[in-house]
Design a protein around this ligand. Structure first.
Ligand SMILES: *Cc1c(COP(=O)(O)O)cnc(C)c1O
Length: 467
């Protein structure tokens, strides 16, 4: 499988090189050149496969030529046997024909484990063969950092540096990062806000001179294709469990950077019958405004009780735009330049918008309505939703087109991670799952540094692969 940039002006890469890169050299994102296609008969024949074997069917075409088939299966077995639920991605019914797909049984209790656990193993596999080592650098306001650290803690060829804003991450989320043991893990608490941390990461990717020797930086945010790839699997898994592909499914996806929902769009392109895909956002609703009014306008970031969806721009949307504009890289480069200029309101061509609307519905949910939905669903079922998932459920109920088609909301996190929302909805905090019961007593390791690029970069250079 070859990968091409959405802006049409960067070299074609293999999976291996895409895995080890961030953005393409032309500023675009990598996407597969051809999308693997499965017939209904073939998908149907997978009905009885456990999660790990189904994952192999879906993922292998994307990595073929770079990762050996048996090695991939071994990695998948290791990754998903570490999850806290034997079904890996179980469905919870919340109403007639309405479900939550629980994606929070991984080590850090959010869906990001599905991809980042695999990413860590893929990196080590490829790096071992190439006799290379890389440095992961990322900024987090919560879920990504802990999932990336858990995913790479056992990697021999990866050092990982995660920046978080000092004192601005919840205690559970901070401890999920700072209590993980490993000589290759470095938590940097920046005396500043998330945007400052993010800017330092961007600047470091732009100029990697500060790293010693041949080292280079690898991105673990959802611009890394391997993350999207791993997330396609659970759309197939949930559909097969509810009678697909012989009947279509509808999905509602709590969305920030458009990674998780893009995986659903991929599943559909690969042949899974998906009738409806709903983009559910919080009040950072740049995508909903575009979809509903054809106005793309970046507003300042708002901090909400659903912090993992707090984004001002949605980076993976570019991957969809690439398809909407018939994979014309030059046109897309021009459109992205206008969208990123953040000066004028940008509109899509009417026919492109029509295509987007045929593929997606969208809905924005404010904080009050998020909390009300948590209360409502608890009242109806005794099931406590995390606030991100509640946004998905609310959007599902507002946008549903056909009540006879199963509606599946992606349950993106466990409520125990989001104390503010749980307390505001009037619930007691749920208990931490078994493997985390002593989280609050574990020893923490982090370095507090000023929000100064040179200081952070010299810290990283000093601590990278000392042996
Ligand atoms: C990351 C995250 C999201 C948003 O996912 P995207 O792929 O960025 O759209 C939603 N909910 C939770 C709990 C998350 O951690």
């Amino acid at each position: 499988m070859k990968y091409i940039s959405t802006r049409g002006n960067a070299p074609e890469l293999t999976f291996e090189d895409v895995l080890l890169t961030g953005l393409a050299t032309d500023g675009g994102l990598y996407v597969p050149k051809d999308v693997p296609q499965f017939s209904l008969e073939e998908i149907e024949s997978w009905r009885d496969l456990p999660y790990t074997e189904l994952a192999h069917k879906v993922i292998y075409p994307f990595v073929e030529g770079c990762v050996d088939s048996a090695a991939l299966q071994k990695m998948l077995n290791e990754v998903y046997s570490g999850f806290g639920h034997k079904a890996v991605a179980p469905l919870q019914q919340i109403d007639h024909n309405e479900y939550v797909l629980e994606l929070f049984h991984g080590p850090t209790l959010a869906f990001k484990d599905f991809a980042l656990q695999l990413l860590g193993r893929l990196l080590d596999y490829v790096l071992e063969r190439r006799h290379e080592k890389v440095v992961i650098m990322g900024a987090t306001s919560g879920d990504t950092g802990s999932a990336a650290i858990e995913g790479t803690k056992a990697c021999r060829n990866v050092d990982i540096f995660i920046l978080h804003p000092h004192g601005k991450v919840s205690e559970v989320q901070r401890r999920q990062m700072t209590t993980v043991k490993g000589d290759n893990i470095f938590n940097i608490a920046i005396e500043g806000n998330f945007d400052q941390a993010q800017d330092m990461v961007k600047a470091s990717f732009g100029n990697q001179q500060f790293l010693r020797g041949e080292r280079k930086l690898v991105a673990v945010n959802s611009i890394n294709w391997a993350r999207i790839m791993a997330q396609i699997v659970y759309y197939f898994y949930s559909a097969l469990n509810l009678g697909g592909p012989l009947r279509p499914m509808a999905y509602s996806v709590p969305t920030g950077n458009f990674g998780d929902i893009f995986a659903g769009y991929m599943a559909k392109k690969m042949g899974l019958p998906i009738e409806q895909l709903i983009i559910a956002t919080n009040s950072n609703d740049v995508l909903h405004r575009l979809m509903s009014k054809n106005q793309y306008e970046v507003h300042p970031l708002q901090h909400t009780i659903t912090p993992s969806m707090d984004i001002a721009v949605s980076s993976n949307f570019e991957r969809l735009l690439f398809d909407l504009y018939d994979r014309d890289g030059a046109k897309l480069a021009d459109l992205m330049a206008r969208m990123n200029a953040k000066k004028d309101v940008v509109s899509l061509d009417e026919d492109k918008l029509a295509k987007a609307r045929a593929l997606f519905d969208s809905y924005a949910v404010n904080e009050d309505s998020t909390v009300t939905t948590m209360q409502e669903v608890f009242g109806e079922t005794g099931y406590l939703l995390d606030p991100h998932t509640a946004i998905g459920v609310k959007a599902a109920r507002e946008c549903r087109r056909n009540p006879r088609i199963p509606m599946i909301t992606l349950g993106t996190a466990h409520p125990v991670k989001f104390e503010d929302a749980v307390l505001r909805a009037g619930f007691d905090m749920p208990k931490l799952p078994h493997h985390l019961t002593d989280l609050m007593a574990r020893e923490e390791r982090m370095n507090v540094l000023p929000a100064d690029l040179a200081t952070v970069q010299s810290f990283i250079a000093e601590h990278t692969f000392k042996d």
